[in-house]
Design a protein around this ligand. Structure first.
Ligand code: GLA
Length: 383
């Protein structure tokens, strides 16, 4: 008798738990998976690769070395996934040689002339690593440090929260800067990056991501047939060292005019002084939206795949760089050789050399203030 009660109890229990399971399955058409695996060692310590996958199958892999976006698998017009960013299969490649593939660059992304600037009456001298200029945070910028990482959730979206303390004096910068960057994969096929920083001394800050995109798939050719539209009426012309002159020049009637979609290759070798200085496009556009709200800055499309990438940002500028320095000497993921212009970068940012250009929007973060910016890379398709 007792045994049959027990059996009945077990049966009920099984029925209830089964119902609960199918309920969760019914509710969760929306899923988000995360996997963590070793990506190799840096100075004897393990670094990690976190892979997030949303309900549409879009996947992003990020390592806590350099806060690097390593893989970004995005559906084409037929739903087929391709990896649309350049990079390496393991951390060893990044340690050996990288033109900032996928990395978070800082403390100041882009150039500071002669590595010098003055804040609060004190002149600072930064590491110089681009001839006489400072580029992308110096010799050991944020792209070459190990970040603390933890996964995080917000509704149906998941992300990786990366934190790093950049100490007072690092690469010559003033102040202890606490940085957090959260990379989100959303259910709307977006990679969204929230940047956050605080300091204990006034310092320039300019954080961005240096992914090289190829919407046909990484290693599958150059980006000259991609079309791009930039929501900018002006750009910041540069000198031979790619330092802005201070002018905000209208793009009208120049090869810099992308107010309507234009093939990247159409004017990339034009007989134009600015194009010559950059060896193609390697310039900062002054975005029309200057009020700090999240707005569309760029739209890139690639015909054979039908992929479209929109870049939205709260930042006032965007560096459009066409991979002019890639030269076939790097073999990246899956044995692909990266030739000249095999990837394009859209680095949302403050204008280059802002610390020395009082007329540009200020990039100085003061104690008690919070640096907070957002950039979104949104993927869709069209036939
Ligand atoms: C930035 C710069 C380029 C180049 C690349 C890295 O985008 O503007 O000039 O240095 O980084 O190769």
């Amino acid at each position: 008798m007792r045994f049959s009660y027990f059996l009945a109890f077990c049966l009920c229990f099984l029925l209830i738990t089964n119902c609960q399971q199918s309920d969760t399955q019914k509710e969760s058409n929306v899923t988000m998976n995360v996997e963590q695996r070793s990506f190799g060692k840096v100075d004897g310590n393990e670094v990690w690769l976190f892979t997030f996958e949303n309900s549409s199958g879009m996947k992003v892999s990020i390592t806590n070395y350099g806060a690097i976006v390593v893989n970004l698998l995005v559906p084409d017009q037929n739903g087929q996934l391709d990896d649309v960013v350049l990079g390496y299969d393991s951390v060893a490649g990044y340690l050996d040689k990288t033109p900032y593939f996928g990395a978070l660059v800082g403390r100041y992304g882009n150039r500071i002339a002669k590595g010098r600037f003055t804040v609060d009456g004190v002149e600072y001298k930064l590491a110089t690593n681009n001839n006489e200029n400072h580029l992308h945070g110096g010799i050991k910028g944020f792209d070459k440090v190990v970040w603390d990482a933890e996964t995080t959730e917000d509704g149906d979206n998941m992300g990786l929260k990366l934190t790093y303390l950049s100490k007072d004096g690092e690469e010559g910068y003033p102040g202890n800067l606490k940085v957090t960057a959260t990379y989100w994969l959303t259910q709307d096929n977006e990679l969204k990056i929230d940047y956050h920083a605080t300091t204990d001394k006034a310092t320039p800050v300019n954080l961005t991501n240096h992914s090289y995109f190829n919407l046909a798939g990484q290693g599958k050719g150059d980006i000259l047939d991609h079309e791009i539209q930039l929501n900018a009426d002006r750009f910041t012309p540069v000198d031979a060292g790619l330092i802005p002159t201070g002018e905000l020049r209208p793009v009208a009637e120049t090869p810099m005019d992308f107010r309507k979609p234009f093939k990247i290759g159409a004017r990339i070798d034009a007989d134009d002084q600015q194009i010559k200085y950059g060896g193609g496009y390697d310039h900062n556009w002054v975005l029309n939206n200057q009020n700090g709200s999240l707005a569309v800055a760029a739209i890139v499309s690639e015909q054979s795949s039908g992929r479209v990438m929109e870049v939205l940002t709260t930042e006032p500028g965007i560096q459009f760089y066409t991979g002019n320095f890639l030269d076939g000497t790097i073999t990246g993921k899956n044995g692909k050789v990266y030739q000249r212009r095999f990837g394009l970068c859209l680095e949302t940012q403050h204008y280059p050399d802002s610390p020395n250009k009082p007329e540009f929007p200020s990039c100085i973060l003061k104690p008690g203030e919070t640096y907070q910016t957002t950039t979104v890379y949104r993927f869709t398709t069209r036939k």
